[in-house]
Write a protein of this length. Structure first.
Length: 477
């Protein structure tokens, strides 16, 4: 050694300094402190290398280790800077030792080899570190993807309408999604045994274990609950076998089947409507040709015009049916309801029998609205036809508010009208009932009855008022 005392104190100082750095600076987050520590470590080891007498001391090997550790923490040129400082220190200090001691002049080759090894260690460690960083980044990305997929699967599982349960071999519930909790009317099932919560499902599970080919029977988890259809599957985890249970709400399946039936019925209706259009077109064309004949009298011309009007009306009905089957959007137009209603009534009267009549009463100026005229025509046609069908005019000449319908009903059952009780809730019907001479009870129980409905009925002349069917029963008794 060139200076044993200095080496002794320097070694202790190096040890104490490293202990202090390890305690005070445990996790540096920036590269500058790491660079400073690396340079200081190489400088101190180079000083010890000089005090120890050069390459025979073995301190040069420690410099290689220090360079390798520094290149683990530093990237690129900063790592090579540490290697360059170490190699420069080795060669310069060897030259400085050779000035004072000629025996050390043969250490240049060893110092150069140690310097080369410092650069080789820097290259090797940085290559390995780069690969480790790539692997670490890839592993982090895969972990994030797995976590995202797990969260997505859990979200999908909870949102599924199908109930899902997972049981261990002891029939303890490992997993239950929200659909299963709703179907079984439970708040929480994970970690509990299934038998006390749903014995019907346990019986179905036992039957499936006995014969997996049989279809499990349907059951109700609660008296007022939906009918459930269970199905089972085995989950093999090594030597352990769990059970996967699916629960289907039969009512939803029936509803889907009903929707399919309605869709098929809609297509069939559209097909029938299309087939009706062909003969209807022939009838309309024949009526048009008859109108052009010069030999028809006015009465026959009127009949051909009726055929034309009803052919157009039937064609509109067919168009509406086809549009519904094709799901075409409505085409609203700005309509004058007063003019439109009078025109509708005029066309509708042409097809009525002599005993049926339709009247239109409008007040005030014109009323503008925006609506699809074809849909409005279809709605009003159905309403008027129902009104004519159920207004009583198929039995009597005069319907409500005339008393003829009530007199006809009393005559049909063989009693006098004065022995009858009539229950009416509309002012029009009440007028006819009072005029017939029967005992009339005015009913004020529907949502259509306003605040003044009772006074209106009393003004018409009803003998009694009832606000519910219990009062009607007391009045009749």
């Amino acid at each position: 050694m060139s200076n044993p005392a200095a080496f002794h104190y320097g070694a202790w100082g190096y040890l104490i300094l490293n202990i202090l750095i390890a305690v005070l600076l445990q996790n540096p987050k920036r590269e500058l402190p790491v660079l400073i520590l690396g340079l200081m470590d190489v400088s101190l080891l180079s000083t010890l290398f000089y005090f120890a007498g050069g390459t025979p001391s073995g301190i040069g090997n420690l410099l290689i280790i220090a360079v390798a550790i520094a290149n683990i923490l530093l990237r690129g040129r900063m790592g090579f800077l540490i290697a360059a400082v170490a190699a420069t220190g080795l060669i310069y200090l060897t030259f400085y030792l050779s000035l004072s001691d000629r025996d050390t002049s043969g250490q240049y080759v060893q110092a150069a080899a140690l310097g080369t090894l410092c650069f080789a260690a820097a290259l090797l460690v940085q290559g390995l570190t780069r690969r480790l960083q790539i692997s670490e980044t890839l592993a982090r990305q895969r972990a994030e993807e797995v976590a995202n997929l797990e969260a997505l699967n859990a979200q999908i599982l909870q949102r599924m309408r199908t109930g899902i349960l997972v049981l261990d071999p002891q029939q303890r519930i490992l997993l239950a999604n929200q659909g299963a909790l709703d179907m079984l009317d439970q708040h929480s099932l994970v970690g509990e045994r299934l038998a006390p919560r749903c014995p019907e499902l346990i019986r179905a599970l036992q039957l499936w274990h006995d014969n997996p080919t049989l279809r499990p029977q349907q059951f109700k988890a609660t008296p007022n609950g939906a009918m459930l259809q269970p199905s089972f599957a085995a989950l093999q985890h090594g030597v352990r076998q769990d059970t996967l249970i699916f629960l289907e709400d039969i009512s939803q399946i029936a509803q889907q089947a009903q929707q399919l039936k309605l869709a098929s019925l809609g297509r069939l209706t559209a097909s029938i409507a299309h087939e009706i259009r062909n003969p209807l077109g022939a009838i309309s064309h024949a009526a048009q040709l008859l109108q052009e004949s010069e030999q028809l009298d006015p009465a026959d011309l009127r009949l051909t015009q009726i055929i034309q009007d009803h052919s157009r009306r039937m064609n509109l009905v067919i168009e509406n049916v086809l549009q519904l089957s094709r799901r075409r959007q409505a085409e609203p137009q700005l309509l004058d309801l007063k003019y439109w209603m009078h025109r509708f009534a005029s066309e509708f009267r042409g097809g009525l029998p002599p005993r049926q009549q339709i009247h239109v009463k409008t007040l005030g100026s014109s009323l503008q609205t925006r609506m699809d005229p074809n849909q409005l025509l279809q709605v009003l046609t159905n309403l008027v036809q129902n009104g004519l069908r159920y207004s009583g005019k198929e039995h009597v000449v005069r319907g409500k508010p005339a008393p003829d319908l009530y007199l006809h009903a009393a005559d049909a059952i063989g009693v006098t009208i004065t022995d009858c009780v009539i229950l009416e809730d509309s002012p029009v019907g009440a007028r006819g009932a009072v005029a017939s001479g029967a005992f009339v009870i005015g009913l004020c129980a529907g949502r259509h009855c306003g605040a003044d409905h009772e006074s209106v009925l009393r003004g018409i002349g009803v003998q009694a008022i009832a606000h519910g069917f219990e009062e009607v029963a007391r009045l009749v008794a």
